[in-house]
Design a protein around this ligand. Structure first.
Ligand SMILES: [Zn+2]
Length: 93
């Protein structure tokens, strides 16, 4: 679903709008001053961002969440993994 952005000609504020249809409206009321004097601008967010810059924009808290989840999972416990493994000497016997 595309996001359309509008620039208010009166207060220069940007207003973004999710639009479900195929044709975006030429103007929408400004979120800041309610002026109808807005014009559509091409969204840099929706179309021109590389994956790399999207990843950089991820909330750093998300990284910590992933780290914590990995640290708490049993599979990341190397010692536990080694204890469960069959020693080479037993495997050959
Ligand atoms: Zn405005």
């Amino acid at each position: 679903m595309p996001i359309y952005e509008y620039r208010c000609q009166d207060c220069r504020e940007k207003t973004a709008k999710l639009w479900r249809g195929f044709d975006a409206p030429k103007s929408i009321p400004c979120a800041a001053c309610s002026s109808e004097n807005t014009s559509r601008i091409i969204s840099s967010v929706a179309f021109h961002k590389s994956l790399g810059s999207q990843l950089q924009d991820l909330d750093p808290r998300y990284d910590r969440m992933v780290d914590n989840a990995a640290a708490n999972s049993a599979r990341s416990d190397e010692n536990q993994f080694l204890r469960r493994s069959t020693p080479l000497s037993d495997a050959e016997a």
